[in-house]
Write a protein that binds this ligand. Structure first.
Ligand SMILES: NC(=O)c1ccc[n+]([C@@H]2O[C@H](COP(=O)([O-])OP(=O)(O)OC[C@H]3O[C@@H](n4cnc5c(N)ncnc54)[C@H](O)[C@@H]3O)[C@@H](O)[C@H]2O)c1
Length: 263
């Protein structure tokens, strides 16, 4: 018996990093997992790894910035598994630049991936969830199916040098989950954001290895418990989707390795 037997998790960005780990952890706990990502090679790799471990999984190639692809992906997930219980928006990119040099292209790419991607996936799920509730009205909110929405913000939401676009996207996500929390709770949909500090995943590219490990040393010194691992984030995502978090809504949760100052 797994903790999430019979549940369906839809993870954007599940072909790598934090959502790859969460997808594997969900599957190991009995959830059916849908990975929505534009990286086909890694999406198929993760799909195979989950299947080989005995899990139920579907990889859908798609771009969170494109409404038609998001709609088609969410539709396909509903058709295959009848529902989505947990939406995890983890698709993300870094395109850093100092303010005076940051290109419009970098601005648009980061804002569209993180914010528009969240808007589109949330809307595609919410309209189906709300449609179901309207067709099956209940007296009490708690009688509606229990849905969770988790988006991955960042400690950089509080500001970070060279990340005007990323900080805007990550703080924008907080407004979005607060709004979703207010608007969607009437349908028993609970929304949260998590704010990890630096976690070692492919999004960092060469950051930790370049300049003879200068930045690895820097971050190891700045984060009291050390540079993070994806399991620290995954376990919070799974908690926020668990029965233990049933009474929580609209929370913004730091996963900070003990670090309370800026990034
Ligand atoms: N790793 C960290 O230190 C850290 C810290 C705080 C927040 N985050 C956030 O966590 C999320 C996941 O990051 P990660 O560390 O797992 O990075 P990652 O690069 O390992 O994974 C991101 C995934 O998103 C996918 N993706 C990117 N743009 C996409 C798009 N338009 N459509 C579909 N898929 C797309 C990529 O293909 C990749 O598989 C991101 O939002 C990131 O900003 C990461």
């Amino acid at each position: 018996m797994g903790k999430f037997d019979g549940k369906v998790a839809f993870l954007t960005g599940g072909a790598s990093g934090l959502a790859e780990r969460a997808a594997k952890d969900f599957a190991a706990e009995g959830a059916k997992v849908v990975i929505f990502d534009f990286d086909k090679e890694n999406g198929l790799r993760v799909e195979k790894e989950i299947k080989d471990a005995g899990g139920e999984v579907l990889f859908i190639e798609g771009d969170v910035r494109k409404s038609d692809l998001v709609e088609a992906g969410v539709k396909q997930a509903f058709e295959k598994y009848e529902t989505i219980d947990f939406l995890i928006h983890s698709a993300g990119i870094l395109k850093d630049g100092m303010i005076h040099k940051l290109s419009e292209e970098y601005w648009d790419d980061v804002i569209n991936t993180h914010l528009k991607g969240f808007y589109l996936t949330l809307q595609a799920c919410a309209k189906r969830w709300i449609g179901y509730c309207k067709e099956n009205p209940k007296e009490k909110i708690a009688e509606y199916p229990d849905r969770r929405v988790i988006t991955i913000s960042s400690q950089a939401a509080e500001g970070n040098i060279g990340q005007l676009n990323y900080a805007a996207a990550k703080s924008g996500m907080i407004g979005m989950v607060k709004t979703a929390g207010l608007e969607l709770i009437r349908y028993n949909i609970k929304s949260h954001a998590i704010m990890p500090t630096l976690i070692e995943t492919p999004i960092l590219g060469e950051l930790l290895s370049k300049q003879e490990g200068k930045w690895r040393k820097y971050y190891s010194g700045r984060i009291p418990l050390g540079i993070g691992e994806s399991k620290y984030v995954s376990q919070v995502i799974l908690f926020l989707c668990s029965d233990a978090a049933w009474f929580m809504n609209g929370e913004v949760i730091g996963i900070n390795g003990g670090r309370l100052d800026k990034v």
